[in-house]
Design a protein around this ligand. Structure first.
Ligand SMILES: Nc1ncnc2c1ncn2[C@@H]1O[C@H](COP(=O)(O)OP(=O)(O)OP(=O)(O)O)[C@@H](O)[C@H]1O
Length: 576
């Protein structure tokens, strides 16, 4: 510090004005203070009233020290010196470590460390990081360098303490922990030292010469598979892994490593990131898993024997798409065609689907509402009730059939009646969202039938078998998929006492216990296989409550922001 002694000869005002401009380095608060003190000293020597008090105040060592510290920090912020200068040593924490990337999720909190007594001569090459153990993990992993055998910081977990401290980097070489040299130690031994340490822990590291720069933009993805780090034998550090279920939305924050990415769940944004297998790696795992499984025929759908068709509900107005033949046909639809596809998709499709936040503009067409659920759960009951709340706003799509029209039917009301050739051309042209055969006739719902409802400015509500969801997931329809889930067996026994299950016979029959059990099993299978596509799950326990939930969900789908595949919004988006 520049020190002005009391009574020291000060320059006169003119010469003060002519002082050469201070360099940018000097152009700080200390310099201004120095000039003020010089000015004051002029009056001090003349014993001007009150000046001595002001002079003493501004001359006090604590004020000058405070300004100097402030300037040091400013300089540190501007220069980001490597390694960290002694003035700015500080703040860092935690440690995760393991044989490959051993993680010792030790608990730490940052501390402002005392400066070491004797700073080594080669200070420039070392960084000293002090941490205080607390309940937070360090958020870094260590490993042994394959060639040199050095203990290295393998990864810094995004958002963890080490990351936030800004003092530890992947590639830093660990030299000492609490004064103990780590040379020749195994990563596990280093972890043991950490585990045994209490209070402040000091790491001495040789900083990595090229700090990794993460200049990738973050992407959001929907997980198409589930992942459990503790069941993964090849994850570098299971404790640093991020477990996820199918259908969760993740924010991928680091893709520098081609095998292990870092991500966090949008449902838990405050948490630090975790390791997840990269797209490529997860795909490989799925492929290996798929080939290791014996072929299992698809058991998600129930097939029935087929009786006669008769007209459906006798409600006050006609709602298309509730015809018994269509519903029974759907039950057996695709059972022979889709299983292999479904398994293949799960095994070989992209494990992460890039998603973006989408909010429908009021002038855009409505999103298609798709209801999915095991047979008998109440999909059609709920759909019918929803449409009845506002038939001018909610509508079903009119299905196609190749069977002949009955005298009381109207073309385009119950069905679109078409020839087998026309129907088949729609199928081959990929114009059918789903289709099947019932008693020698074809039944199905076309994209055009859905489009017609949407073009009229209405909300199209349809039920689909889960394996058809993929077909409906297009930029144009932007389906919002709601899974109708049965409640517990005990609840169902009560609530379904008077309910009737649709049969192939003229009289619908009451639910038996086996029907309820089968429904529960089917629901589980559907969730396991197709849960990644469900935007919403509604448990159909009380019909009234389920209806209210459905209405709310449908309104949210149309009016509030939702995660949708990025390809629906920008067609040139590549998968991550
Ligand atoms: N929450 C509920 N409480 C009581 N009864 C219900 C409830 N939900 C649906 N039901 C009744 O259960 C029966 C079956 O419902 P629904 O016909 O909607 O089944 P579904 O899921 O469409 O099955 P499918 O596709 O096989 O026809 C109907 O009698 C319906 O009124």
């Amino acid at each position: 510090f520049l020190h002005l002694e009391k009574g020291e000869k000060s320059p006169d005002k003119k010469s003060m004005m002519e002082l050469p401009p201070v360099t940018s380095q000097e152009n700080g608060l200390s310099q201004i203070l120095r000039l003020v003190l010089k000015e004051l000293s002029l009056f001090y020597s003349r014993d001007v009233n009150g000046v001595s008090l002001l002079y003493d105040l501004l001359h006090s060592p604590w004020l000058q020290a405070l300004l100097k510290v402030y300037e040091c920090l400013q300089e540190y912020i501007m220069k980001k010196p490597i390694p960290v200068l002694s003035q700015a040593q500080a703040l860092s924490c935690e440690a995760l470590l393991n044989a490959h990337d051993t993680v010792a999720q030790k608990d730490f909190e940052p501390v402002l460390p005392p400066l070491p007594d004797n700073i080594p001569e080669n200070e420039e090459a070392l960084r000293i990081v002090c941490l205080v153990k607390n309940k937070q993990p360090l958020g870094a992993t260590i490993k042994r360098h394959e060639i040199t055998g050095d203990i290295m910081v393998a990864r810094i977990i995004h958002g963890g303490l080490a990351d936030r401290s800004g003092l530890l980097y992947a590639g830093d070489k660990l030299v000492e922990v609490n004064g103990i040299s780590v040379e020749g130690l195994e990563p596990e031994q280093v972890i043991h030292i950490l585990a045994m340490s209490h209070g402040t822990i000091m790491f001495k590291v040789v900083p990595v010469s090229d700090r990794p720069i993460n200049n990738q933009t973050t992407v959001y993805v929907r997980t198409m598979a589930k992942y459990c780090p503790w069941e993964d034998p090849i994850i570098p550090c299971a404790d640093a892994g991020l477990p996820f279920r199918k259908g969760e939305i993740l924010q991928i924050v680091d893709r520098n490593d081609s095998l292990w990415w870092q991500a966090r769940k949008v449902s838990d944004f405050g948490a630090c990131a975790g390791l997840i297998p990269s797209n490529h790696l997860l795909k490989r795992k799925q492929r290996e898993f798929w080939w290791s499984q014996p072929f299992q025929p698809h058991s998600c759908l129930k097939s029935t024997t087929y009786g006669e068709e008769f007209a459906g509900y006798g409600h006050q107005f006609f709602i298309a798409g509730f015809r018994r033949s269509m519903r029974l046909c759907r039950r057996k639809s695709h059972t022979s065609q889709l299983p292999a596809y479904t398994h293949c998709y799960n095994a070989l499709g992209a494990p992460y689907e890039e998603v973006v936040r989408y909010q429908r503009h009021p002038s855009d067409k409505h999103r298609l509402i798709v209801l999915v659920g095991p047979s008998g759960v109440g999909v059609n009951e709920l759909r019918r009730r929803l449409i009845e709340t506002d038939p001018n706003h909610f509508q079903s799509a009119v299905p196609h059939t190749t069977r002949s029209k009955k005298s009381y039917e109207e073309d385009g009301r119950e069905y679109h009646y078409v020839s087998k050739e026309t129907f088949e051309s729609l199928v081959y042209g990929h114009r059918m969202l789903e289709y099947g055969e019932y008693k020698g006739n074809l039944y199905g719902t076309s994209v055009d039938a859905v489009r017609k409802v949407l073009d009229e400015g209405k909300v199209c509500v349809m039920d689909l078998e889960p394996q058809s969801i993929q077909v409906a997931r297009t930029h144009e329809l932007k389906p919002y998929v709601i899974f109708i889930k049965p409640s517990t067996l005990n609840h169902m026994r009560q609530s379904r006492k008077n309910a009737r299950i649709i049969t192939d016979y003229y009289v619908n029959i009451k639910f038996k216990d086996e029907d309820l059990q089968e429904m529960e099993e089917l629901a589980k299978k559907m969730e396991t296989q197709f849960g990644q596509f469900f935007d919403q799950v509604i448990v159909n326990d009380s019909l009234q409550e389920a209806c209210a939930e459905l209405l709310t969900a449908v309104q949210q789908a149309q009016d509030e922001p939702q995660w949708v595949p990025a390809t629906w919004i920008c067609s040139d988006t590549e998968p991550p």
